[in-house]
Design a protein around this ligand. Structure first.
Ligand code: PLP
Length: 421
């Protein structure tokens, strides 16, 4: 039933039905959580061999004794495995600590305090970053932490609205960067088209030290057999005469163990030397034993891809369940739209404008925790109060089904309440 087409006198009946359904939902005393973009224990179990690797007598890789200091660029054997999938040549790819977010943080701190290779220190300047929305809340809070202004730009299915992006960066020299999750974006699953990547890599920018913060967190995280490929940003930027523009980030957090994976940084030779030099004051090298452990476990790029197939087998059914239930109960109602991601960790649900906060509140009172409404926008401010991020990976499939069923009831109730005025 298309709820948005109902006349005022037709609304009381569905409202009464939904209130009843909601009371029944509450009576179930659920305790469910769809907030966490975390791997489930079953996914972590796939990599448990890591806990026994590399083995007590195995500590050498090539000529490197991984137990010792040094090797700021990380173990070459591991960089070799990730080089192809991340589209970064081995000499331009660093294997670092356990978190790519930490590397993004460091990169911003070094740009602020020391300046990028082609610019003055950003500190003291009023700087801004473009933020495709909806997006990843931690990108936004990282900006807030350093007083960097977040400028929202619309994110479409094929990437940020490039007409808006090109206009803003061309006219405003205080815009120093843009957050990009180019494949299976958090939370919509958007995949940047070749045209988008080309435009980002080549567009004229007023700031000569403008950066693409290319967070390729979900490069290998397919949910279907269609292993989507995106254009190579480093190659395109280099060809366009902007080799230093992309900072590429990735990690194995959602490949092996989220708390003890390996982060990667890729960029032009100049950017790589810049990061390494700045890091060298704070460390004598990354955890190469962890790198070696990952080499022993994944073996080669084929092993990495085969491992991701196992991950997909665990999580794809959970996404299918959510999508099936959304379609079944919200399809055709006119009060919700949602993304159908081909990869990544999230489904983005747009409810009737002005009801997202109410939905999250109703769900909470019924024992279902959702990511706060607005979290996918800078400063937690979704101007249309309609976006909700669903994270189906962590709960088991029964819980995913129960939680989605409950959320749908809340979406419908909040919508009919709103339409009833
Ligand atoms: N980037 C994106 C887009 C994410 O969604 C996440 C985690 O949810 C991260 C980075 C965190 O990465 P890491 O575990 O490597 O710090």
């Amino acid at each position: 039933m298309e709820l948005t087409k109902l006349d005022a006198d037709e609304l009381p009946a569905p409202l009464a039905d939904l209130r009843k359904a909601y009371d029944e939902l509450k009576a179930q005393n659920l305790s469910l959580d769809l907030t966490r973009g975390k791997p489930a224990a079953e996914q972590l179990d796939l990599s448990n061999e890591l806990l026994c690797l590399p083995g007590k007598d195995v500590f050498k890789a090539g000529g490197t004794d991984t137990r010792n200091y040094g090797g700021l660029a990380g173990l070459p054997e591991l960089r070799e495995i990730f080089s192809g999938p991340l589209g970064v040549p081995v000499p331009q790819l660093l294997a670092l600590g356990n978190s790519s977010l930490a590397v993004m943080h460091e990169t911003i701190v070094f740009a602020l305090l020391k300046g990028p290779v082609d610019g003055e220190p950003w500190v003291g300047q009023q700087i801004k970053f473009l933020c495709p929305v909806p997006g990843y809340d931690r990108h936004f809070s990282l900006l807030k932490q350093f007083g960097i202004e977040a400028v929202p730009v619309p994110l479409h299915e094929d990437g940020p609205d490039m007409d808006v992006v090109e206009r803003l960066v061309a006219e405003d020299a205080s815009i120093k960067g843009i957050w990009c999750v180019p494949k299976y974006a958090n939370p919509t699953g958007a995949v940047y088209s070749e045209d988008t990547v080309r435009r980002l890599a080549s567009m004229p920018t007023a700031a000569k030290d403008f950066r693409l913060f290319w967070d390729n967190a979900y490069a290998l995280h397919h949910l279907t057999e269609d292993a989507v490929e995106i254009a190579n940003v480093l190659e395109l930027a280099t060809a366009a005469g902007n080799p230093n523009r992309p900072f590429v980030f990735a990690s194995s957090s959602k490949i092996t163990h989220a708390g003890s994976g390996v982060a990667f940084f890729g960029g032009s030779p100049e950017n790589v030397a810049w990061l390494t030099k700045n890091q060298s004051f704070g460390t004598i090298g990354p955890d190469k034993v962890n790198h070696l452990r990952h080499v022993a476990f994944l073996k080669d790029t084929e092993g990495l891809l085969a491992h991701m197939d196992k991950q997909r087998a665990v999580i794809a059914p959970k996404f299918e369940m959510v999508l099936y239930m959304l379609e079944k109960r919200l399809g055709g109602t006119g009060v919700a739209q949602w993304s159908k991601p081909k990869g990544g960790y999230f489904i983005s649900l747009d409810v009737l404008e002005g009801t997202a906060k109410r939905v999250v509140q109703l769900a909470k009172e019924a024992g279902i925790v959702l990511t706060p409404a607005g979290a996918t926008f800078p400063h937690g401010d979704d101007p249309r109060d309609r976006n909700i991020r669903l994270a189906p990976t962590f709960p088991d499939i029964r819980e995913v089904a129960l939680a989605t069923e409950g959320v749908v009831t809340c979406v419908l109730l909040a919508a009919v309440e709103k339409l009833s005025g």
